[in-house]
Design a protein around this ligand. Structure first.
Ligand code: PMP
Length: 371
């Protein structure tokens, strides 16, 4: 606590990102990065953009990148917003479309109790009241639970950290409900490339759907910081109004060049992401064969729980994470109600996942021996 902080800063609980180790060499399965490199065309484009023109500001409208996204997704450029990673776009979207408490209490926005842990942080930052809706016993989202008066709704599809996808028909039915109340539905499609059905083709049907996308996962560009949103042009203009009240140049020249090349090289990325999906299916099958619970994932990660002995998992989520760390493997644990026994494991290369599976088996076997 500092006496210089204002009350807003005193009261927020910032998001804690996954560890990026600097010393020891780990197999990193903790932040859902892509294990394969970006397209060579991306590297080339960035190298080409590293020239004397860096003395000039970048295009604040990100025109070339937005045109590339528009072509790829069969939408109009004015239906695309580009930003410095999708976290930034989500932060702008919360500020643009959800009502803050302003003298009187605004209607609460809705999101799942188990979901991306940045949502409550943005809500608190902008003083937007929110209510969490419990996911079902099997951790799936029941969109019917969201058909109540609210200030709008947000969830990832597939959800994180469970990886469970939401059927498109459910997303659209909720969008229709919210549209009648003039409320926005934010669909965070960070992991949609790994199996969920995108809502992008329905942005003309439902003017209140904003889909948010990232280049960090499926385009192997977490280090570049790039993302985009697709939705009705009025929503896009709302995002621009927030950005231009904050920082007009959020995407730099190198990132613009790299992001555009990534969006245009769908063939390369389809190839590597197919591999990630195949690895996910193989690892899921192997772990289930060993007695682990693995939720059905449509993402580039899985959410797992150690084999049950009597009624409890034979090792807690925190202990399994620590044991894996000792063996040089980083995974993510969320010490939160309902999911403390689970670990989120990002998909690495097949060799990395073999090392992970071997470590899991060794840890579980060693528990049996010490009893
Ligand atoms: N949404 C979800 C559900 C995520 O898991 C992440 C990654 N932490 C993001 C958005 C943000 O991704 P980025 O800012 O790297 O685009």
């Amino acid at each position: 606590m500092s006496k210089y902080w204002n009350s807003r800063v005193k009261n927020i609980s910032p998001y804690v990102p996954g560890e990026q180790p600097r010393d020891r060499k780990f197999i990193k399965l903790n932040t859902n990065e892509n294990p394969y490199p970006p397209s060579p065309k991306v590297i080339e484009a960035i190298q080409e953009a590293a020239n004397e023109r860096l003395r000039l500001y970048p295009d604040p409208q990100c025109t070339a990148l937005r045109d590339a996204v528009a072509r790829r997704y069969a939408v109009k450029s004015e239906q695309v917003f580009a930003g410095n990673g999708s976290d930034e776009i989500l932060a702008f979207a919360f500020a643009a479309f959800f009502e803050s408490n302003n003298g009187s209490k605004a209607d609460s926005i809705l999101f799942p109790d188990i979901t991306y842990s940045f949502y409550p942080v943005y809500a608190d930052l902008w003083d937007i009241p929110y209510r969490t809706i419990p996911v079902k016993e099997d951790f799936s989202i029941n969109t019917a639970d969201y058909k109540i008066p609210s200030g709008g709704a947000v969830f990832p599809n597939p959800n994180a950290p469970t990886g469970i996808p939401i059927p498109l028909s459910d997303v659209l039915s909720l969008a229709e409900y919210l549209e009648k109340q003039n409320k926005v539905l934010l669909v965070d499609e960070a992991y949609a490339a790994y199996g969920a059905e995108s809502a992008v083709p329905f942005i003309n049907k439902h003017s209140n759907i904003l889909t948010v996308h990232t280049l960090s996962k499926s385009a192997s560009l977490a280090g570049l910081r790039g993302g985009f949103a697709i939705g009705n042009s009025e929503l896009i203009e709302g995002l621009c109004r927030v950005r231009d009240s904050f920082n007009s140049y959020t995407v730099d020249r190198l990132a613009l060049a790299g992001a555009e090349a990534a969006v245009l090289d769908a063939a390369y990325y389809d190839g590597i992401n197919r591999r990630v999906i195949a690895t996910r299916e193989r690892v899921t099958k192997t772990l289930r064969g060993r007695g682990f619970t693995v939720l059905p994932s449509a993402a580039n990660f899985i959410f797992i729980k150690a084999p049950i002995e009597k009624t409890e998992p034979c090792i807690s989520g925190a202990d399994l994470m620590a044991a894996l760390r000792e063996r040089g493997l980083l995974v993510r644990h969320f010490n939160r109600n309902r999911i403390a026994d689970y670990l989120r494991v990002s998909m690495g290369t097949d060799e990395e996942m073999d090392a992970f599976l071997e470590a899991c088996v060794a840890i579980i076997n060693s528990i049996g021996k010490t009893r």
